[in-house]
Design a protein around this ligand. Structure first.
Ligand SMILES: [Zn+2]
Length: 208
């Protein structure tokens, strides 16, 4: 139970199917060309490849092979870049990224799996000056595309890493922290030893 959106299960499977030959090595690509062709690049790779991201995080789940991903979604990053070009406007690229990152709750210091599900739209510019001068980018509008200078092949890993870093809360906290378990009274064990009728009674009582 990772908490990744079930509705995107097929999307994640497609990412995995598309990257068999380059697991862990998303290529540098020309995003302008991707936009011109209305193309798509997708894949999945281990989160530990993102050194800037993981240097300040607790130990992340290591995924060694593509085949490991079905069993434990934690530690994998699924991504897709989709290009789009339309007459009369600058080329655009959408990045969709999903991952489960292991964080430490700052309230109870327990492990906290954190689901990331982000989509960002980039508007491509040939150089910095043009990107800065663009008046199509409205800073006040949160839905406005991000300006991105794409003057040649771009390191996809870096773009994905930036999005994950932005998505991680500065002070992570569980919505509700689990009470600390004592070694003497594991609640699951206690229920097992009781008669089924008592357990039912307990369930009824709790639901009132
Ligand atoms: Zn907590």
């Amino acid at each position: 139970m990772s908490g990744l959106p079930a509705s995107d299960k097929d999307w994640r499977a497609q990412c995995q199917a598309k990257c068999k030959s380059s697991f862990g090595l998303p290529p540098k690509i020309d995003l302008n060309q991707l936009a011109r062709n209305n193309g798509s690049v997708a894949g999945v790779f281990p989160i530990v490849r993102l050194s800037r991201l993981v240097q300040d995080l607790p130990a992340q789940h290591h995924i060694r092979e593509l085949a490991d991903i079905e069993q434990d979604a934690t530690g994998a990053v699924w991504y897709e870049f989709k290009g789009s070009s339309q007459q009369g406007r600058r080329p655009r690229v959408w990045l969709k990224v999903q991952a489960v990152v292991t964080l430490i709750c700052q309230r109870c210091l327990g492990v906290m799996p954190f689901v990331i599900d982000e989509t960002v739209e980039f508007e491509l510019f040939p150089n910095e000056a043009k990107a800065n001068a663009s008046d199509s980018v409205d800073e006040a509008d949160p839905d406005a595309p991000e300006p991105l200078v794409a003057d040649g092949p771009i390191d996809l890993l870096g773009l994905v890493e930036d999005q994950l870093i932005l998505a991680i809360p500065y002070v992570p906290k569980h919505e509700t922290c689990e009470p600390a378990k004592t070694s003497a009274g594991d609640p699951v064990e206690q229920v097992k030893r009781e008669s089924p009728f008592k357990v039912l009674e307990g369930l009824k009582r709790d639901s009132k």
